[in-house]
Design a protein around this ligand. Structure first.
Ligand code: 13P
Length: 339
């Protein structure tokens, strides 16, 4: 097994998952504003350092996705952030796309940018300690979208990105996110996600990407957030597994879902249900941003100095998600905040 393949396996090891802490400064500013904290580089670091030095990192977090600003920052004790993450046995990763921009030719849709100069940036990130990367493409569901153009263009960019990342000896997380915004039903999400995944794997193969050295980060198959369709966790798990079985090549070692606007409990429960019925060789894990950080951020916003309780909340969420990777989560366990 290559070193890169080994890292991909570690990223989705049973009982663990990824913390997506790679919010761009714009997104992080919105998150901090929601808890009335000013978005300075110092405050962004403070919150992140609080999470990265929590005990839960050791047992439940296999890797952390960082943003460009964070990977270059130092902790109060002088360690670099990647050093801090490594000291907890976790792997540092980095978001390398430069964001979703208006897609010329279909201006209501988005294309993810960041390929220019990527080879050079990857070299720098590797030196800074990163061993995996992330690139996120986004697709909207509506009557006419996503268009063929957005599906094709984003798949092409994702594949070129993945190929460059493997050249730089890191694991590319391939993230095509079909957004949950809208009033569509769950079948529509299944249909669109299937199309998107098919296009992505067609392009990845064309670009000679070694799928064994990749991780897929997809959305779960869900009804739109304005839909009257309220699917059960069991129904979500069944259709999500069906979609992945039909469209993801078996060489892919692992799938780490994004939370995409689900509540913390929904994201945990749905992953748990998926793992209850997972009869594939894919390791099914998480790469959550909001679903790992929301409650911790709220506590921290109330009192920036309350590191202990912020970490307790984060440890608990990490543990609950860790349990869901082995289908060992239950709503009773949710009530026990210990660590
Ligand atoms: P959410 O889990 O909040 O969707 O974030 C994951 C992520 O990294 C989106 O790119």
């Amino acid at each position: 097994m290559s070193d890169v393949e080994n890292i991909a396996k570690q990223m989705v090891a049973k009982g663990k998952g990824i913390l997506a802490a790679d919010e761009s400064t714009g997104t992080m500013t919105k998150r901090l504003a929601s808890v009335n904290v000013e978005s300075t580089s110092e405050n962004r670091l403070k919150f992140r350092e609080t999470l990265f030095s929590a005990e839960g990192m050791k047992n439940y977090i296999s890797g952390v996705i960082l943003y460009d600003e964070t990977i270059k920052q130092k902790t109060t004790s002088g360690k670099t952030i990647p050093e801090l993450i490594k000291s907890f046995g976790s792997i540092p990763g980095i978001k390398v796309d430069t964001g979703a921009k208006v897609l010329a030719g279909s201006p209501e849709e988005k294309i993810t940018e960041g390929l220019d100069g990527l080879r050079e940036r990857l070299r720098e990130y590797y030196k800074l300690g990163a061993r995996f990367t992330k690139w996120r493409a986004v697709y909207n569901i509506s009557e006419k979208y996503p268009s063929e153009l957005s599906i094709k263009s984003n798949a092409h960019a994702l594949a070129r990105y993945a190929s460059l990342v493997q050249e730089a000896k890191m694991v590319p997380i391939v993230e095509p996110e079909v957004l949950m915004d809208g009033n569509h039903n769950i079948n529509k999400c299944y249909e669109v996600t299937s199309k998107v995944l098919k296009a992505c794997y067609r392009e990845l193969k064309l670009n000679n990407v070694n799928l064994k050295e990749t991780i897929l980060k997809p959305n779960m198959i869900l009804p739109g957030n304005k839909s009257r369709d309220k699917s059960s966790a069991k129904a979500i798990a069944e259709i999500t597994l069906k979609c992945l079985k039909e469209n993801v090549p078996s060489e892919v070692p692992g799938i780490a879902f994004l939370s995409g606007g689900q509540t913390e409990i929904e994201a945990t429960q749905n992953l748990n249900e998926i793992n209850k019925i997972n009869d594939t060789n894919f390791l099914m894990s998480f790469s959550y941003g909001r679903a790992l950080q929301q409650s911790a951020l709220k506590n921290w916003g109330n009192n920036i100095k309350d590191t202990l309780n912020t970490q307790k909340i984060f440890n608990h969420r990490s543990k609950m998600n860790g349990l869901s990777t082995s289908a060992k989560w239950s709503s009773e366990l949710e009530k026990q905040i210990t660590a």
